[in-house]
Design a protein around this ligand. Structure first.
Ligand code: LM2
Ligand code: CA
Length: 482
Protein backbone atom coordinates (compact mmCIF):
# COMPACT_ATOMS: atom_id res chain seq x y z
CA UNK A 1 0.00 0.00 0.00
CA UNK A 2 3.06 2.26 -0.11
CA UNK A 3 3.61 2.37 -3.87
CA UNK A 4 1.73 5.18 -5.66
CA UNK A 5 1.93 3.32 -8.96
CA UNK A 6 2.78 6.45 -10.91
CA UNK A 7 3.34 6.10 -14.63
CA UNK A 8 7.04 5.70 -15.49
CA UNK A 9 9.21 8.76 -14.88
CA UNK A 10 6.69 10.60 -12.67
CA UNK A 11 7.01 11.38 -8.98
CA UNK A 12 4.76 14.14 -7.60
CA UNK A 13 1.07 14.52 -6.79
CA UNK A 14 -1.02 17.66 -6.33
CA UNK A 15 -4.14 18.18 -4.23
CA UNK A 16 -6.67 19.94 -6.49
CA UNK A 17 -8.79 21.08 -3.55
CA UNK A 18 -12.50 21.50 -4.44
CA UNK A 19 -11.93 21.25 -8.19
CA UNK A 20 -14.72 19.92 -10.40
CA UNK A 21 -14.19 16.60 -12.18
CA UNK A 22 -14.58 18.05 -15.69
CA UNK A 23 -11.96 20.71 -14.92
CA UNK A 24 -9.56 18.11 -13.53
CA UNK A 25 -9.92 15.99 -16.66
CA UNK A 26 -9.05 19.01 -18.78
CA UNK A 27 -6.15 19.91 -16.48
CA UNK A 28 -4.71 16.38 -16.84
CA UNK A 29 -4.71 16.67 -20.62
CA UNK A 30 -3.60 20.27 -21.05
CA UNK A 31 -1.15 20.70 -18.15
CA UNK A 32 -0.51 17.94 -15.60
CA UNK A 33 0.21 15.15 -18.07
CA UNK A 34 2.51 17.18 -20.35
CA UNK A 35 4.38 18.62 -17.35
CA UNK A 36 5.17 15.28 -15.73
CA UNK A 37 2.85 15.27 -12.72
CA UNK A 38 2.27 11.82 -11.26
CA UNK A 39 -1.14 12.14 -9.64
CA UNK A 40 -3.92 14.14 -8.04
CA UNK A 41 -5.64 13.99 -4.67
CA UNK A 42 -9.25 14.92 -5.34
CA UNK A 43 -11.82 16.21 -2.86
CA UNK A 44 -14.23 13.62 -1.42
CA UNK A 45 -16.40 12.32 -4.29
CA UNK A 46 -19.16 10.92 -2.06
CA UNK A 47 -22.39 12.71 -1.19
CA UNK A 48 -22.09 15.32 1.57
CA UNK A 49 -24.55 17.37 3.59
CA UNK A 50 -25.47 20.71 2.00
CA UNK A 51 -24.78 23.37 4.63
CA UNK A 52 -26.49 26.56 3.47
CA UNK A 53 -26.34 28.02 6.97
CA UNK A 54 -22.61 28.60 6.41
CA UNK A 55 -22.89 29.50 2.70
CA UNK A 56 -21.50 26.15 1.56
CA UNK A 57 -18.21 26.04 3.54
CA UNK A 58 -15.35 23.88 2.24
CA UNK A 59 -15.79 21.65 5.28
CA UNK A 60 -19.27 20.48 4.31
CA UNK A 61 -17.48 17.89 2.17
CA UNK A 62 -16.19 16.27 5.36
CA UNK A 63 -19.80 15.50 6.40
CA UNK A 64 -20.83 12.36 4.48
CA UNK A 65 -24.49 11.59 3.79
CA UNK A 66 -23.88 8.48 1.67
CA UNK A 67 -21.39 6.87 -0.72
CA UNK A 68 -23.23 8.01 -3.85
CA UNK A 69 -20.83 9.80 -6.18
CA UNK A 70 -22.61 13.13 -6.45
CA UNK A 71 -21.09 16.34 -5.08
CA UNK A 72 -20.51 19.92 -6.18
CA UNK A 73 -17.48 18.54 -8.06
CA UNK A 74 -19.71 16.47 -10.32
CA UNK A 75 -21.62 13.20 -10.67
CA UNK A 76 -20.59 9.56 -11.04
CA UNK A 77 -20.33 9.72 -14.82
CA UNK A 78 -18.17 12.84 -14.68
CA UNK A 79 -15.98 11.21 -12.02
CA UNK A 80 -15.49 8.06 -14.11
CA UNK A 81 -14.74 10.14 -17.18
CA UNK A 82 -12.15 12.17 -15.27
CA UNK A 83 -10.35 9.07 -14.02
CA UNK A 84 -10.21 7.58 -17.50
CA UNK A 85 -8.95 10.77 -19.13
CA UNK A 86 -6.34 11.40 -16.41
CA UNK A 87 -5.05 7.82 -16.54
CA UNK A 88 -4.77 8.17 -20.32
CA UNK A 89 -2.71 11.33 -19.76
CA UNK A 90 -0.42 9.40 -17.35
CA UNK A 91 -1.84 11.05 -14.22
CA UNK A 92 -3.25 8.96 -11.33
CA UNK A 93 -6.24 9.82 -9.13
CA UNK A 94 -6.25 9.40 -5.31
CA UNK A 95 -9.54 9.79 -3.43
CA UNK A 96 -9.98 11.52 -0.07
CA UNK A 97 -11.95 8.78 1.73
CA UNK A 98 -14.08 9.90 4.70
CA UNK A 99 -14.75 6.62 6.47
CA UNK A 100 -14.42 7.52 10.16
CA UNK A 101 -17.77 9.27 10.43
CA UNK A 102 -20.92 10.58 8.84
CA UNK A 103 -22.37 14.08 9.42
CA UNK A 104 -22.84 16.04 12.58
CA UNK A 105 -26.34 17.10 13.68
CA UNK A 106 -27.76 19.99 11.66
CA UNK A 107 -31.16 21.55 10.99
CA UNK A 108 -30.62 21.03 7.26
CA UNK A 109 -30.67 17.38 6.23
CA UNK A 110 -30.42 17.10 2.45
CA UNK A 111 -27.29 15.85 0.71
CA UNK A 112 -25.70 16.72 -2.62
CA UNK A 113 -27.31 13.63 -4.21
CA UNK A 114 -30.71 14.38 -2.65
CA UNK A 115 -30.45 11.86 0.19
CA UNK A 116 -31.95 12.74 3.53
CA UNK A 117 -31.02 11.49 6.98
CA UNK A 118 -32.45 11.50 10.47
CA UNK A 119 -29.54 12.66 12.58
CA UNK A 120 -31.32 12.16 15.91
CA UNK A 121 -31.81 8.49 15.01
CA UNK A 122 -28.30 8.02 13.49
CA UNK A 123 -30.23 6.99 10.40
CA UNK A 124 -28.63 7.31 6.94
CA UNK A 125 -30.97 5.32 4.68
CA UNK A 126 -28.95 5.85 1.48
CA UNK A 127 -26.04 3.72 2.75
CA UNK A 128 -27.85 2.33 4.81
CA UNK A 129 -26.56 2.96 8.32
CA UNK A 130 -28.59 2.89 11.51
CA UNK A 131 -27.96 3.53 15.18
CA UNK A 132 -26.22 0.17 15.72
CA UNK A 133 -23.52 0.97 13.17
CA UNK A 134 -22.05 3.74 15.31
CA UNK A 135 -19.91 3.71 18.43
CA UNK A 136 -22.17 3.60 21.47
CA UNK A 137 -22.89 5.23 23.85
CA UNK A 138 -21.94 8.33 21.93
CA UNK A 139 -19.36 10.71 23.38
CA UNK A 140 -17.38 13.65 21.99
CA UNK A 141 -13.58 13.83 21.92
CA UNK A 142 -12.26 16.39 24.41
CA UNK A 143 -8.96 18.23 23.85
CA UNK A 144 -7.36 16.41 26.80
CA UNK A 145 -8.18 13.01 25.26
CA UNK A 146 -5.45 13.48 22.65
CA UNK A 147 -2.80 13.39 25.37
CA UNK A 148 -3.91 10.36 27.30
CA UNK A 149 -6.92 8.47 25.96
CA UNK A 150 -6.52 6.58 22.69
CA UNK A 151 -9.83 4.76 23.23
CA UNK A 152 -11.78 8.00 23.34
CA UNK A 153 -9.82 9.39 20.35
CA UNK A 154 -10.95 6.31 18.37
CA UNK A 155 -14.45 5.71 19.71
CA UNK A 156 -15.83 9.17 20.46
CA UNK A 157 -17.00 11.78 17.95
CA UNK A 158 -14.55 14.09 16.21
CA UNK A 159 -16.20 17.51 16.66
CA UNK A 160 -19.67 15.98 16.81
CA UNK A 161 -19.38 13.94 13.60
CA UNK A 162 -21.29 10.65 14.04
CA UNK A 163 -18.65 8.03 14.67
CA UNK A 164 -18.87 4.79 12.70
CA UNK A 165 -17.79 1.53 14.34
CA UNK A 166 -15.35 -0.01 11.85
CA UNK A 167 -15.23 -3.15 13.99
CA UNK A 168 -18.65 -4.17 12.66
CA UNK A 169 -19.10 -6.34 9.60
CA UNK A 170 -21.84 -4.21 8.06
CA UNK A 171 -19.82 -1.00 8.39
CA UNK A 172 -16.73 -2.67 6.94
CA UNK A 173 -18.75 -3.97 4.03
CA UNK A 174 -20.27 -0.58 3.19
CA UNK A 175 -16.82 1.09 3.31
CA UNK A 176 -15.13 -1.65 1.27
CA UNK A 177 -17.91 -1.56 -1.34
CA UNK A 178 -17.46 2.20 -1.70
CA UNK A 179 -13.67 1.98 -2.05
CA UNK A 180 -13.81 -1.01 -4.40
CA UNK A 181 -16.27 0.84 -6.61
CA UNK A 182 -13.69 3.64 -6.94
CA UNK A 183 -10.89 1.16 -7.69
CA UNK A 184 -13.02 -0.36 -10.40
CA UNK A 185 -13.42 3.13 -11.89
CA UNK A 186 -9.62 3.32 -12.10
CA UNK A 187 -8.42 5.26 -9.06
CA UNK A 188 -4.90 4.45 -7.82
CA UNK A 189 -5.43 4.91 -4.09
CA UNK A 190 -6.79 6.82 -1.15
CA UNK A 191 -6.13 9.44 1.49
CA UNK A 192 -7.67 8.02 4.67
CA UNK A 193 -9.24 10.99 6.42
CA UNK A 194 -9.01 11.01 10.22
CA UNK A 195 -7.07 7.72 10.38
CA UNK A 196 -5.97 8.62 13.90
CA UNK A 197 -9.61 8.21 14.91
CA UNK A 198 -9.88 4.60 13.71
CA UNK A 199 -8.31 1.42 15.08
CA UNK A 200 -5.34 0.19 13.01
CA UNK A 201 -6.59 -3.40 13.26
CA UNK A 202 -9.94 -2.39 11.71
CA UNK A 203 -8.22 -0.44 8.95
CA UNK A 204 -6.05 -3.44 8.14
CA UNK A 205 -9.13 -5.59 7.58
CA UNK A 206 -10.60 -2.93 5.28
CA UNK A 207 -7.39 -2.48 3.26
CA UNK A 208 -6.93 -6.21 2.84
CA UNK A 209 -10.40 -6.53 1.34
CA UNK A 210 -9.72 -3.97 -1.37
CA UNK A 211 -9.35 -5.25 -4.89
CA UNK A 212 -6.22 -4.85 -6.97
CA UNK A 213 -5.92 -1.77 -9.17
CA UNK A 214 -7.78 -2.00 -12.44
CA UNK A 215 -5.48 -3.38 -15.16
CA UNK A 216 -7.80 -1.90 -17.81
CA UNK A 217 -6.53 1.50 -16.64
CA UNK A 218 -2.88 0.63 -17.19
CA UNK A 219 -1.96 -0.70 -13.74
CA UNK A 220 0.23 -3.82 -13.52
CA UNK A 221 -1.47 -7.06 -12.47
CA UNK A 222 -1.62 -7.53 -8.70
CA UNK A 223 -1.03 -3.83 -7.88
CA UNK A 224 -2.39 -2.76 -4.50
CA UNK A 225 -3.86 0.73 -4.00
CA UNK A 226 -1.59 3.46 -2.62
CA UNK A 227 -2.92 4.41 0.80
CA UNK A 228 -1.80 7.43 2.81
CA UNK A 229 -3.37 7.73 6.20
CA UNK A 230 -3.99 11.13 7.70
CA UNK A 231 -2.46 11.03 11.19
CA UNK A 232 -1.41 14.34 12.72
CA UNK A 233 1.44 13.43 15.07
CA UNK A 234 3.77 16.19 16.15
CA UNK A 235 4.72 14.16 19.22
CA UNK A 236 3.32 13.69 22.73
CA UNK A 237 -0.06 12.16 21.90
CA UNK A 238 -1.76 8.93 22.96
CA UNK A 239 -1.96 7.88 19.30
CA UNK A 240 1.28 7.65 17.30
CA UNK A 241 2.02 7.61 13.58
CA UNK A 242 4.10 4.49 14.27
CA UNK A 243 0.89 2.50 14.85
CA UNK A 244 -0.07 3.19 11.23
CA UNK A 245 3.19 2.85 9.27
CA UNK A 246 3.03 -0.97 9.42
CA UNK A 247 -0.25 -0.75 7.47
CA UNK A 248 0.39 1.82 4.75
CA UNK A 249 1.89 5.28 4.17
CA UNK A 250 1.19 8.12 6.60
CA UNK A 251 1.02 11.91 6.26
CA UNK A 252 4.20 13.39 7.82
CA UNK A 253 3.03 16.68 9.36
CA UNK A 254 6.45 17.31 10.93
CA UNK A 255 7.91 17.62 7.45
CA UNK A 256 6.06 20.81 6.49
CA UNK A 257 6.37 22.18 10.00
CA UNK A 258 10.17 21.90 10.02
CA UNK A 259 10.64 23.19 6.48
CA UNK A 260 8.29 26.09 7.17
CA UNK A 261 10.33 26.93 10.26
CA UNK A 262 13.60 26.81 8.32
CA UNK A 263 12.38 28.86 5.34
CA UNK A 264 10.83 31.36 7.80
CA UNK A 265 14.38 31.79 9.18
CA UNK A 266 13.43 30.08 12.44
CA UNK A 267 16.22 27.60 11.76
CA UNK A 268 19.26 27.78 9.50
CA UNK A 269 19.08 26.03 6.15
CA UNK A 270 22.52 24.48 6.74
CA UNK A 271 20.98 22.12 9.31
CA UNK A 272 18.89 20.56 6.54
CA UNK A 273 21.95 18.56 5.47
CA UNK A 274 20.59 15.55 7.38
CA UNK A 275 16.87 16.29 6.94
CA UNK A 276 14.87 13.10 7.42
CA UNK A 277 14.71 10.47 10.15
CA UNK A 278 17.34 12.26 12.33
CA UNK A 279 14.73 15.00 12.68
CA UNK A 280 12.11 12.60 14.05
CA UNK A 281 10.47 12.09 10.68
CA UNK A 282 9.16 8.63 9.82
CA UNK A 283 11.12 6.49 7.33
CA UNK A 284 11.15 7.98 3.84
CA UNK A 285 9.28 5.06 2.27
CA UNK A 286 6.41 5.50 4.75
CA UNK A 287 5.91 9.23 4.31
CA UNK A 288 3.60 11.46 2.34
CA UNK A 289 5.61 14.71 2.42
CA UNK A 290 4.02 18.16 2.02
CA UNK A 291 4.38 21.75 3.17
CA UNK A 292 0.76 22.86 3.67
CA UNK A 293 -2.58 21.07 3.32
CA UNK A 294 -6.19 22.23 3.12
CA UNK A 295 -6.48 22.22 6.92
CA UNK A 296 -3.31 23.85 8.18
CA UNK A 297 -3.25 26.53 5.46
CA UNK A 298 -6.36 27.94 7.20
CA UNK A 299 -5.61 27.19 10.84
CA UNK A 300 -7.55 23.89 11.02
CA UNK A 301 -5.95 20.55 11.90
CA UNK A 302 -2.64 20.91 13.70
CA UNK A 303 -2.25 24.54 12.62
CA UNK A 304 1.11 26.05 13.45
CA UNK A 305 3.24 28.43 11.43
CA UNK A 306 2.90 26.69 8.09
CA UNK A 307 4.07 28.45 4.93
CA UNK A 308 1.45 28.92 2.21
CA UNK A 309 1.13 30.68 -1.14
CA UNK A 310 0.56 33.90 0.80
CA UNK A 311 4.26 34.10 1.73
CA UNK A 312 5.23 33.36 -1.81
CA UNK A 313 9.02 33.71 -1.77
CA UNK A 314 9.55 31.55 1.33
CA UNK A 315 6.88 29.11 0.16
CA UNK A 316 8.47 28.58 -3.25
CA UNK A 317 11.78 28.03 -1.45
CA UNK A 318 10.30 25.33 0.78
CA UNK A 319 8.53 23.66 -2.15
CA UNK A 320 11.76 23.69 -4.19
CA UNK A 321 13.58 22.02 -1.30
CA UNK A 322 10.85 19.39 -1.00
CA UNK A 323 10.95 18.55 -4.70
CA UNK A 324 14.76 18.58 -4.87
CA UNK A 325 15.16 16.36 -1.79
CA UNK A 326 14.66 12.60 -2.15
CA UNK A 327 12.65 12.13 1.09
CA UNK A 328 9.10 10.71 0.91
CA UNK A 329 6.32 10.94 -1.66
CA UNK A 330 5.83 14.67 -2.20
CA UNK A 331 2.42 16.29 -2.45
CA UNK A 332 1.72 19.85 -3.64
CA UNK A 333 -1.23 21.94 -2.49
CA UNK A 334 -3.33 23.80 -5.06
CA UNK A 335 -5.65 26.33 -3.43
CA UNK A 336 -8.46 28.76 -3.99
CA UNK A 337 -7.85 32.15 -2.41
CA UNK A 338 -9.77 33.02 0.74
CA UNK A 339 -10.01 35.55 3.54
CA UNK A 340 -12.66 33.81 5.61
CA UNK A 341 -11.24 30.49 6.82
CA UNK A 342 -14.67 28.85 6.42
CA UNK A 343 -15.27 30.02 2.86
CA UNK A 344 -15.80 27.38 0.22
CA UNK A 345 -14.47 27.55 -3.34
CA UNK A 346 -15.48 30.36 -5.72
CA UNK A 347 -19.21 29.90 -6.33
CA UNK A 348 -21.96 31.41 -8.44
CA UNK A 349 -25.27 32.85 -7.15
CA UNK A 350 -26.84 29.41 -7.26
CA UNK A 351 -23.87 28.03 -5.30
CA UNK A 352 -22.28 26.09 -8.12
CA UNK A 353 -18.48 25.97 -8.11
CA UNK A 354 -16.95 28.40 -10.63
CA UNK A 355 -14.23 26.82 -12.77
CA UNK A 356 -10.70 28.25 -12.73
CA UNK A 357 -9.94 30.37 -15.78
CA UNK A 358 -6.51 30.08 -17.40
CA UNK A 359 -4.65 33.33 -18.09
CA UNK A 360 -2.39 33.84 -21.11
CA UNK A 361 0.70 33.41 -18.87
CA UNK A 362 -0.57 30.02 -17.68
CA UNK A 363 -1.68 31.14 -14.20
CA UNK A 364 -5.26 30.79 -12.95
CA UNK A 365 -8.04 33.33 -12.42
CA UNK A 366 -11.61 33.34 -11.03
CA UNK A 367 -10.33 33.12 -7.45
CA UNK A 368 -8.09 30.08 -7.92
CA UNK A 369 -4.42 30.24 -6.85
CA UNK A 370 -3.20 27.16 -8.74
CA UNK A 371 0.21 26.99 -7.07
CA UNK A 372 0.89 23.95 -9.26
CA UNK A 373 0.97 26.27 -12.30
CA UNK A 374 3.57 28.62 -10.85
CA UNK A 375 6.71 28.33 -13.00
CA UNK A 376 8.97 27.90 -9.97
CA UNK A 377 6.83 25.00 -8.78
CA UNK A 378 5.87 23.00 -11.88
CA UNK A 379 9.38 23.15 -13.29
CA UNK A 380 10.62 21.62 -10.02
CA UNK A 381 8.26 18.70 -10.67
CA UNK A 382 10.31 18.05 -13.82
CA UNK A 383 13.52 18.46 -11.77
CA UNK A 384 12.40 15.68 -9.43
CA UNK A 385 11.54 13.40 -12.36
CA UNK A 386 15.00 13.96 -13.85
CA UNK A 387 16.74 13.45 -10.48
CA UNK A 388 15.03 10.05 -10.28
CA UNK A 389 16.48 7.64 -7.73
CA UNK A 390 19.73 9.54 -7.17
CA UNK A 391 20.71 10.65 -3.68
CA UNK A 392 22.12 13.98 -2.46
CA UNK A 393 25.83 14.56 -3.00
CA UNK A 394 28.29 17.47 -2.96
CA UNK A 395 26.36 19.33 -0.25
CA UNK A 396 27.67 22.87 0.20
CA UNK A 397 26.68 25.52 2.72
CA UNK A 398 28.04 28.83 3.97
CA UNK A 399 27.45 27.96 7.64
CA UNK A 400 24.18 29.86 7.54
CA UNK A 401 21.25 30.03 5.10
CA UNK A 402 23.00 29.47 1.79
CA UNK A 403 23.03 25.83 0.65
CA UNK A 404 23.51 23.86 -2.54
CA UNK A 405 23.58 20.21 -3.54
CA UNK A 406 23.62 17.81 -6.49
CA UNK A 407 21.34 14.88 -7.28
CA UNK A 408 23.85 12.44 -8.70
CA UNK A 409 24.96 13.71 -12.08
CA UNK A 410 21.41 14.72 -12.99
CA UNK A 411 20.52 17.97 -11.30
CA UNK A 412 21.81 20.81 -9.12
CA UNK A 413 20.08 23.34 -6.85
CA UNK A 414 21.13 26.32 -4.72
CA UNK A 415 19.22 28.37 -2.10
CA UNK A 416 19.92 31.76 -0.54
CA UNK A 417 17.78 32.59 2.50
CA UNK A 418 20.42 34.94 3.97
CA UNK A 419 20.17 38.73 3.85
CA UNK A 420 23.35 38.95 1.77
CA UNK A 421 24.13 37.79 -1.74
CA UNK A 422 25.38 34.35 -2.72
CA UNK A 423 28.31 34.52 -5.17
CA UNK A 424 30.21 31.25 -5.38
CA UNK A 425 31.79 28.84 -7.80
CA UNK A 426 30.15 25.52 -6.91
CA UNK A 427 30.28 21.91 -8.04
CA UNK A 428 27.10 21.15 -10.06
CA UNK A 429 28.00 17.52 -10.90
CA UNK A 430 26.67 18.14 -14.46
CA UNK A 431 28.46 17.65 -17.78
CA UNK A 432 30.06 20.78 -19.25
CA UNK A 433 27.62 23.03 -21.08
CA UNK A 434 25.10 25.81 -20.81
CA UNK A 435 21.97 25.27 -18.70
CA UNK A 436 18.80 27.30 -18.14
CA UNK A 437 17.81 28.08 -14.55
CA UNK A 438 14.21 26.86 -14.17
CA UNK A 439 13.40 29.28 -11.33
CA UNK A 440 14.20 32.68 -12.87
CA UNK A 441 12.87 31.54 -16.26
CA UNK A 442 12.63 28.57 -18.55
CA UNK A 443 14.30 27.06 -21.54
CA UNK A 444 12.86 28.51 -24.73
CA UNK A 445 14.16 26.96 -27.92
CA UNK A 446 17.92 27.06 -27.56
CA UNK A 447 18.07 29.94 -25.12
CA UNK A 448 16.95 30.79 -21.60
CA UNK A 449 14.35 33.37 -20.56
CA UNK A 450 16.07 33.61 -17.14
CA UNK A 451 19.61 32.98 -15.95
CA UNK A 452 22.03 30.91 -18.03
CA UNK A 453 24.54 28.82 -16.06
CA UNK A 454 27.79 27.76 -17.71
CA UNK A 455 29.22 24.52 -16.35
CA UNK A 456 32.92 23.91 -16.99
CA UNK A 457 34.78 20.69 -17.72
CA UNK A 458 35.33 20.23 -13.99
CA UNK A 459 31.56 20.40 -13.34
CA UNK A 460 31.90 23.73 -11.59
CA UNK A 461 29.88 26.85 -12.36
CA UNK A 462 29.56 30.36 -11.05
CA UNK A 463 26.32 30.67 -9.08
CA UNK A 464 24.85 33.96 -8.05
CA UNK A 465 21.66 34.48 -6.04
CA UNK A 466 21.10 38.01 -4.79
CA UNK A 467 19.45 38.48 -1.41
CA UNK A 468 16.82 40.71 -3.01
CA UNK A 469 16.05 38.65 -6.04
CA UNK A 470 12.45 37.69 -6.74
CA UNK A 471 13.22 34.06 -5.78
CA UNK A 472 15.77 32.52 -3.42
CA UNK A 473 16.42 29.43 -5.54
CA UNK A 474 18.45 28.50 -8.62
CA UNK A 475 17.94 25.06 -10.20
CA UNK A 476 19.30 23.33 -13.29
CA UNK A 477 19.10 19.78 -14.57
CA UNK A 478 19.99 17.67 -17.58
CA UNK A 479 16.73 18.51 -19.31
CA UNK A 480 17.51 22.24 -19.37
CA UNK A 481 20.79 22.15 -21.29
CA UNK A 482 20.62 24.87 -23.93
C1 LM2 B 1 -9.99 15.72 8.74
N1 LM2 B 1 -8.97 15.03 8.96
O1 LM2 B 1 -8.87 14.18 9.95
C2 LM2 B 1 -10.05 16.71 7.66
O2 LM2 B 1 -8.78 16.90 7.10
C3 LM2 B 1 -10.66 17.95 8.22
O3 LM2 B 1 -10.70 18.96 7.24
C4 LM2 B 1 -12.06 17.62 8.75
O4 LM2 B 1 -12.60 18.71 9.50
C5 LM2 B 1 -12.05 16.47 9.74
N2 LM2 B 1 -11.02 15.54 9.57
C6 LM2 B 1 -13.35 15.70 9.64
O5 LM2 B 1 -13.41 14.99 8.43
C7 LM2 B 1 -13.30 19.68 8.78
C8 LM2 B 1 -13.23 21.00 9.53
C9 LM2 B 1 -14.13 20.98 10.77
C10 LM2 B 1 -15.54 20.60 10.35
C11 LM2 B 1 -15.44 19.18 9.75
C12 LM2 B 1 -16.77 18.63 9.34
O6 LM2 B 1 -11.87 21.24 9.93
O7 LM2 B 1 -14.16 22.32 11.33
O8 LM2 B 1 -16.39 20.62 11.47
O9 LM2 B 1 -14.63 19.25 8.56
O10 LM2 B 1 -17.42 19.45 8.41
C13 LM2 B 1 -17.66 21.28 11.28
C14 LM2 B 1 -17.78 22.53 12.16
C15 LM2 B 1 -17.83 22.12 13.62
C16 LM2 B 1 -18.94 21.12 13.86
C17 LM2 B 1 -18.75 19.93 12.92
C18 LM2 B 1 -19.85 18.91 13.07
O11 LM2 B 1 -16.66 23.39 11.91
O12 LM2 B 1 -18.04 23.29 14.41
O13 LM2 B 1 -18.85 20.65 15.22
O14 LM2 B 1 -18.72 20.39 11.56
O15 LM2 B 1 -21.03 19.30 12.44
C19 LM2 B 1 -20.01 20.81 16.03
CA1 CA C 1 -13.74 6.87 15.25
Amino acid sequence: YKNPHYAAGRSTMVHLFEWKWDDIAAECERFLGPNGFGGIQVSPPNENLIIRAHNRPWWERYQPMSYRLVTRSGNAQQFANMVRRCNNAGVRIYVDAIINHMTGTWNENVGTAGSTANFGQWHYPSVPYGRNDFNWPHCVIQPSDYGNNAVRVRNCELSGLKDLNQGLEHVRRMIVNYMNHLIELGVAGFRIDAAKHMWPADLRVIYDRLRNLNTAHGFPAGARPYIFQEVIDLGGEAVSKNEYTPLAAVTEFKYGMELSRAFNRGNQLRWLENFGTPWGLMASGDALAFIDNHDNQRGHGAGGNILTHRQAKQYKGAIAFMLAHPYGQPQLMSSFSFHDTEAGPPQSHNQEIISPSINSDGTCGNGWVCEHRWRQIFQMVAFRNVAGNTQINDWWDNGSNQIAFCRGGQAFIAFNNDSWDLNQTLQTCLPAGRYCDIISGSKSGNSCTGKTITVGNDGRAHISLGAHEYDMVLAIHRGTQS
